[in-house]
Design a protein around this ligand. Structure first.
Ligand code: E4P
Length: 218
């Protein structure tokens, strides 16, 4: 299973990259706006840190605008992936960009119908937003099972990126389902490292070790 980090913050990306657990990055207009830097420049800096796929999103709403923007964004680095919102215009853009060798990530996906259509269009990545579904009271884990079932039933090239991850349980459920990728916010990744028993166990081991040392000195 691949881990992407869902942020445009360079320090967060560097910290997780140094731990060797990051396979890629996803950004969106909101995440880039949070950083306040010029978006193209920020994406360029992210691509210098991470070798794997780095998603940057188009803003245009028509196929023509999306394709034009995507071709510009693709010049930033060879690992740029273009996030395209799930609309009819977006799907047309995917049909144009993928054969040109520009990888797409169909975003704002909330239904099995949308997963199937994006896969048929040949998207490299498809991003169902499970946290937002959960916020609306839908069973987001059952939904994920069905999405993976659809992709596994055929020879689609699309990889599923579990997006809008809200907690560590979302990551573990994604792993159990066999999702190709989860894009995880920094805070959730950080929590995955923590367990009170590990901290307590380490503290106890060190205390006992010190006790032994002072006993040996006597
Ligand atoms: C995915 O690619 C999106 O950037 C992200 O996961 C959206 O998450 P949110 O619902 O927390 O905004």
């Amino acid at each position: 299973m691949k881990f992407f980090i869902d942020t445009a913050n360079l320090d967060q990306i560097k910290e997780m990259q140094e731990l060797g657990i990051i396979d890629g990055v996803t950004t969106n207009p909101t995440l880039l706006a949070k950083e306040g830097a010029e978006p193209t420049e920020q994406l360029r800096k992210i691509c210098e840190i991470v070798d794997g796929p780095v998603s940057g999103e188009v803003i245009g709403l028509t196929t023509e605008e999306m394709v034009k923007e995507a071709r510009e964004l693709a010049k930033i680095a060879s690992n740029i992936v273009i996030k395209i919102p799930f609309t009819k215009d977006g799907i047309k853009a995917v049909n144009i960009l993928e054969p040109e060798g520009i990888k797409t990530n169909v975003t704002l996906v909330f239904s099995q119908n949308q997963v199937l259509i994006a896969a048929k269009a040949g998207a490299s990545y498809i991003s169902p937003f499970i946290g937002r579904l959960m916020d609306n009271g839908q069973n987001e884990i059952d939904f994920l099972w069905e999405c993976m079932d659809i992709l596994n039933s055929y020879d689609f090239k699309s990889e599923l990126i579990v997006a809008s991850v809200r907690n560590t349980r979302h990551v573990i459920e994604s792993a159990k389902i066999g999702a190709h990728i989860a894009t995880i916010p920094f805070a959730v990744l950080d929590k995955m490292f923590k367990h009170p028993n590990t901290d307590q166990g380490l503290e106890d081991f060190l205390k006992d070790w010190e006790k032994l040392q002072s006993k040996l000195k006597k």
